[in-house]
Design a protein around this ligand. Structure first.
Ligand code: INI
Length: 155
């Protein structure tokens, strides 16, 4: 058998950028807390973590592209909360943010984790921001740590 290669869950020395949207901040603040907890728990240093706040999820991809292009970050974490309303707005924003982040990952070959909730209700969003379904910000940061280390293993 050849090698089995995995990224370690070790954030020591990793430079991580977090992009977090303010829209539905009662959810996104909790996602940010979860992400910071995951980074700290795995040895991340405060001074290696930059946080950029944007108005809404739609604005996340621009910052993801710009931050990925700097070459300064080992990984980025995107946090947001898109909650369905009465109009098709939800579909357009969800689609734009998902495609935009995916594009930045492949263009710059920087791991970018997707901690943007897309839910039908506020309750579903809260459940995924630290209530009964865990904290997707925590999970997104863990993914960023693992992928940052894996990305270094496979140049
Ligand atoms: N932005 C969100 O992050 N979540 C939402 O649920 C949302 N809704 O429902 O409208 C939302 N809209 C704002 C959008 O992201 C942009 O900030 C705005 O369109 C200006 O470009």
């Amino acid at each position: 058998m050849g090698k089995v290669i995995e990224g370690k869950a070790d954030a020591r020395g990793l430079r991580i950028g977090i992009i977090v949207s303010r829209f539905n901040n009662f959810v996104t603040d909790k996602l940010l807390e979860g992400a910071l907890e995951a980074l700290r728990n795995h040895g991340g240093e405060e001074e290696d973590i930059d946080i950029v706040r944007v108005p809404g999820a739609f604005e996340i991809p621009l910052l993801a592209h710009k931050m990925a292009a700097t070459g300064k970050y080992d990984a980025l974490v995107c946090l947001g909360a898109v909650i369905r309303g009465d109009t098709p707005h939800f579909e357009y924003i969800s689609d734009a943010v998902t495609r935009g982040i995916g594009h930045a990952i492949l263009q710059f070959r920087v791991p970018i984790s997707f901690g943007v909730l897309t839910t039908n209700t506020v309750e579903q969003a809260m459940e995924r921001a630290g209530e009964k379904m865990g904290n997707k910000g925590f999970e997104a940061a863990l993914t960023a740590i693992e992928m940052a280390n894996l990305n270094k293993e496979i140049p």
